[in-house]
Write a protein that binds this ligand. Sequence first.
Ligand code: RP5
Length: 204
Amino acid sequence: MTFELLSSRNYTIEDQAKLTMAKKKDSKQPGSATSRLRSQQSAMSNPLVLVLMGSKSDWEVMRSADQTLSDFGVAHECRVVSAHRSPALAAELAATAEARGIEVIIAAAGGAAHLAGVMAAHTTLPVLGVPMKSDALNGLDSLLATVQMPAGIPVGTLAIGKAGATNAALLALAILALARPELREKLKKFRRDQETKILATVLE
Ligand code: RP5
């Protein structure tokens, strides 16, 4: 069935690089090429889920979220944005997400991982945080920084790393499925398939 979820994924990592280059070239004319590219990004498709990560180094792990959303045919946009290195863009993405038709935001970050919290500060859309494994503390720092939001601004925090990336996508799908029976059925089938595999497992 063709419903609004069916759409190819929208990679914008490259667009991010173009945006950075455009910004450099356009530094004396703020807003021209930069804002054109931004609106082009928004016009590429109608993503329902915004998958953000603090660095390209998170992409290897966050591919799992991208892949899961693609497997379910849900339109989404993946991009790099940093709460501390590109704070204005982070705030803008969060503040404009609802008007763009985004329904769930996934935000992955490592270390002093405040990206999900910053996104949640600027929107009432559900924000799912994915703590990235870090060199220094193996992701425990990322986990605590993401999960320990003071009362008032919630971030739903998933597991560290790849499991968290996959589950963030599945939880985003479950949120979308509340109003989309076709997607709910797909999720139920996904669960049944997992059960079938477990039940068929034979130890040799
Ligand atoms: C965070 O710092 C990112 O989310 C990443 O997990 C971590 C390291 O970033 P890079 O130094 O690899 O760019 O902001």
